[in-house]
Design a protein around this ligand. Structure first.
Ligand SMILES: C[C@H](O)[C@H](O)[C@@H](O)C(=O)CO
Ligand SMILES: [Mn+2]
Length: 418
């Protein structure tokens, strides 16, 4: 996009927003301070770098687009490309299966050594890292149960896994000088109607307590727990439900992870932030796009994404809500998927920062719902795209759809040779 054209548009957008009392330069400065955590698993369809385990746990990446990353070097190279097309300074979210393993990977005791390459890379790029235990895609998860299993050997295997993952998180936090959010999601559940829901939930609570027993400074590592309604193969009962983890997080001062795809189809996470944050210090978001089910479609600039961003910004929750992405589409260029989803998230945050929230709040408090609705509609055609393009260019990233040609070049030069 032509720089002169972008600057000119920005100047008139700035004027239009100023008329509403909104300072576009201040909005851009605030936006720069909000990191989004890019999930590494979009880069290889949640495959990971352990050799011989298929994706399990009731999640699925569909599609067969060529050129996916097959090792950590390729994945970092792809992330570098994606990050070069995304304005701002962000974070990368890893899973335990993405280590650089020397010999046979030991899922029970995940070693810090396997993640030194990632830490070095993140340090060189000024990125933060987040982490996840991988409680699936492993023979010890084949029964469909991990931390809530009634089998002591299975349980203790996964407790050890979780403990070692927290140490990796602590290591990342220390190395990078920013806390790592280490998330726990377990697929445990029953396909058909169970008898003993409460037994499994009591076991899950006990296993988590054991896993989290060691005090780790929140300066380095923050523990998160992710709830879910159902998965493929756990349709009738998911042990780690919303109520379970909401209670667990409150009682134990953990982050609650809200994944946009983990609720009933018409239930939205945007409406949950303000309630959860009355009782819980911090939230982790897995921003995703469920289409009829937890399908993990690439995030787009839709209403729910804007509502999520508005809830964060209107309430000044930036420091209490960690924004992570969680989608995996194997049917399109995977770097484009990261770029589309992350840019959409950032664009939604920018749009929320450009809202004259105080004016809307005053209208609401005065009972002037006509003005509230009228203004919300008018805001939809404000020139936020001009502010976005300007931000992209000023950040050294392409404005408009210019990034797509770069992804295409990269596909020809790199991905097609894999
Ligand atoms: C790969 C992720 O950890 C996984 O998607 C999890 O966060 C989830 O959302 C499962 O449905
Ligand atoms: Mn998730």
């Amino acid at each position: 996009m032509n720089e002169q054209y972008v600057n000119k548009n920005y100047d008139s957008a700035k004027e239009a927003y100023a008329a509403l009392g909104v300072d576009t330069d201040a909005a851009i400065e605030a936006l720069k301070k909000i990191p989004v955590s890019l999930h590494c698993w979009q880069g290889d369809d949640v495959g990971g770098f352990e050799s011989d385990c298929d994706l399990s746990g009731g999640i699925q990446a569909t599609g067969n687009y060529p050129g996916k990353a097959t090792n950590a070097c390729q994945l970092r190279q792809d992330l570098d490309k994606a990050l070069s097309l995304i304005p701002g300074t962000h974070r990368v979210n890893l899973h335990a299966i993405y280590g650089e393993f020397d010999g046979k990977p030991d899922r029970r005791h995940v070693s810090i050594d396997s993640f030194k390459g990632w830490a070095q890379w993140a340090k060189d790029k000024g990125l933060g890292l987040d982490f996840n235990g991988t409680f699936f895609s492993h023979p010890m998860a084949d029964s469909g149960f991990t931390l809530s299993s009634k089998d002591k050997d299975i349980r203790s295997f996964w407790i050890d896994h979780g403990k070692s993952c927290r140490k990796v998180g602590e290591y990342f936090g220390k190395e990078l000088g920013k806390p790592c959010v280490t998330n726990v999601w377990v697929p445990d559940g029953y396909k058909d109607i169970p008898i003993d829901r409460s037994g499994h939930r009591a076991i899950l609570e006990k296993s988590l307590d054991e896993m989290f027993a060691e005090d780790i400074s929140p300066e380095h590592n923050l523990d998160a727990v992710e709830c879910k309604l159902f998965g493929i193969g756990s349709e009738s009962c998911t042990i780690g439900s919303h109520e379970f983890y909401m209670g667990y997080a409150m009682k134990n001062n953990k982050l609650l992870c809200l994944d946009a795809g983990h609720f009933h189809p018409t239930e939205v996470i945007s409406d949950k932030l303000s309630s959860c944050l009355l009782y819980i210090d911090r939230l982790l978001l897995h921003v995703s796009r469920p289409v009829r089910w937890d399908s993990d479609h690439v995030v787009i600039f839709n209403e729910e994404l804007q509502y999520i961003a508005q809830e964060v910004i209107r309430n000044n929750f930036q420091s209490r809500v960690h924004i992570g992405l969680d989608f995996f589409d194997a049917s399109i260029n995977r770097i484009a998927a990261w770029v589309i989803g992350t840019r959409a998230m950032i664009k939604a945050l920018l749009t929320a920062l450009l809202e004259p929230s105080q004016m809307l709040k005053e209208a609401e408090e005065a009972g002037d719902f006509t003005k509230r609705l009228a203004m919300l509609e008018e805001l939809k055609s404000m020139p936020f795209g001009a502010v976005w393009d300007y931000y992209c260019l000023k950040s050294g990233t392409p404005a408009g759809a210019d990034w797509l040609a770069e992804v295409k070049d990269y596909e020809n030069a790199v991905l097609s040779k894999r």
